[in-house]
Design a protein around this ligand. Structure first.
Ligand SMILES: Nc1ncnc2c1ncn2[C@@H]1O[C@H](COP(=O)(O)OP(=O)(O)O)[C@@H](O)[C@H]1O
Ligand SMILES: [Mg+2]
Length: 330
């Protein structure tokens, strides 16, 4: 058996945002948005990052595509048979890196420039990267619009975002992300702002394109049903930490972390196969500002005990064949 190298490898990733910084005053408070996150994604596979709002999902995605710079940690991507240390790239190498990665954002109304035609929007990455001549670009944009179901492409190319529905705009955003044939795409809740009636078709589209174009995804969502549909593996995030990670079906059928169990017991559509221990968690998500070293979930955890209070946040340990859990009590 040959072991393929992961396409994305993340080690000890951290991002702290200073809170009370002044011109002459260094910050003393930090939001620990991402705090020691490690994972890997195999080529052609997708990892879903799941958790409530404020858990650090978007920050993780932005770090991976270099829209943010980490406080600490490593990101290594395997691109064109070479390891690329994403966090230390500079100048021209950043531009070259951007040829391989793209991010699709949550809000299709905000992410498209209202003054640019659909053609200009989708073709922009080709211009930035200097790929092809004008005819090549027109052909490539038409091909992508067709792939995302905006057909015939000639009727969409010279329209503006406001003439399109939310679902059509998100299809444009997907076409734009895929036009340079990226190896890796971060999709940040791309269907959460869409009408329920069209979510499924956009998800199906992304699935189909991933297979067709061999894209590797980090799929960010707060919705476990969406994660189940879109991912091979699942990582559950809570206040900057991954608390559980593994094969998607395994985690959903045998959740071990009390936070995952709580998320699952709140899923409205019951699936008889999912283990649904009715579990209530106290309070809401807070902001991880200068958090104490103990388990991040301590204050809300129904299983909290002395061991959890006396020790650092538990390590993410392999409990059985690639099913990782960070809990002293699970
Ligand atoms: N640019 C920023 N400056 C300060 N705090 C931020 C910034 N971006 C995110 N945060 C904070 O970091 C935490 C994680 O945010 P985010 O990554 O957006 O979470 P999610 O996508 O899971 O909702 C939150 O507490 C948020 O308020
Ligand atoms: Mg977010």
């Amino acid at each position: 058996m040959t072991v393929t190298a992961p396409l994305v490898r993340v080690e000890g990733l951290r991002k702290l945002f200073p809170l009370n910084q002044g011109l002459l005053r260094p910050a003393t408070s930090f939001i620990h948005a991402v705090d020691g996150v490690s994972f890997a994604i195999a080529p052609g596979k997708s990892l879903a990052l799941v958790g409530e709002s404020g858990s650090g999902k978007t920050t993780t995605g932005k770090l991976l595509v270099r829209l943010l710079h980490p406080t600490d940690g490593q990101i290594v991507m395997r691109l064109n048979d070479a390891d690329v240390a994403v966090t230390t790239l500079k100048g021209d190498r950043v531009r070259a890196f951007r040829r391989h990665v793209q991010m699709i954002f949550q809000d299709p109304y905000e992410s498209l420039n209202p003054r640019r035609t659909i053609y200009d929007t989708v073709a922009e990455p080709l211009y930035v990267q200097g790929i092809g001549n004008v005819l090549d670009r027109q052909e490539r944009v038409a091909e992508l619009l067709t792939l995302v179901g905006l057909t015939p492409p000639s009727t969409f190319m010279f329209r503006f975002p406001h003439e399109l529905s939310g679902g059509q705009r998100q299809r444009v955003a997907i076409a734009r992300a895929l036009v340079i044939n990226p190896a890796f795409v971060v999709a940040d809740e791309p269907t959460s702002m869409l009408d329920v009636s069209i979510r499924a078709s956009v998800m199906q589209l992304m699935q189909r394109l991933a297979e067709h174009l061999h894209v590797t995804y980090l799929y960010i969502t707060h919705d476990l049903a969406v994660a189940r549909y879109m991912s091979d593996r699942l990582a559950v995030m809570y206040l900057g930490k991954i608390v559980e990670m593994g094969d998607t079906e395994e985690v959903l059928h045998h959740p071990q972390h009390p936070y995952t169990q709580a998320l699952l017991s709140a899923v409205p559509v019951p699936d008889p196969g999912w283990k649904r221990t009715p579990i209530e968690i106290k309070g809401g998500v807070s902001k991880p500002v200068n958090p104490p070293p103990r388990c991040r979930f301590y204050d809300r955890c129904p299983l909290a005990a002395k061991i959890c209070e006396d020790n650092d946040h538990p390590p993410l340990e392999d409990k059985s064949a690639g099913h990782y859990v960070a809990c002293y009590r699970a």
